[in-house]
Design a protein around this ligand. Structure first.
Ligand SMILES: [Zn+2]
Length: 129
């Protein structure tokens, strides 16, 4: 799976047109057109998440990903090649829930490049429960 392409599709940006997207530190999105050098397409701010074909498309793509693919998307969004982290919740993708006791996600994995399997995380949380 090409995680960058998947992230674009989740953001309803066609990979046939765009090679990449980045978020600026003040929250705007700019994209790199296929064949272009640099991020020269200004996309602006995403609309607040709302019902509609865009959200349906995003959730359908998300649901079709394996757990590993979803984790790869979360990792790329949190640690993008260029620009600021992309909050997936802005596109209707549920945010990772964090443990109330330790700084790790309560399920799934990823954070700052550190990856755990679901079983390893369950073990960690069980030990401090
Ligand atoms: Zn914990």
């Amino acid at each position: 799976m090409d995680t960058q392409r998947t992230l674009l599709r989740l953001m309803n940006l066609p990979p046939s047109r765009f090679a990449g997207v980045m978020r600026t530190s003040d929250g705007f999105y700019i994209a790199q057109e296929q064949g272009d050098v640099g991020y020269n397409a200004f996309l602006g701010n995403p609309n607040p998440v709302h019902e509609g074909p865009g959200l349906e498309n995003t959730l359908r793509i998300w649901a079709g990903l394996t757990e590993e693919e979803q984790a790869a998307v979360r990792t790329l969004a949190a640690n993008p090649i260029d620009g600021a982290p992309i909050p997936l919740a802005d596109f209707g993708i549920p945010a990772v829930a964090y443990c109330e006791t330790c700084p790790l996600p309560s399920e799934g994995f990823m954070d700052g490049g550190e990856a755990y399997t679901a079983d390893e995380l369950a073990q960690i949380h069980e030990e401090h429960a």
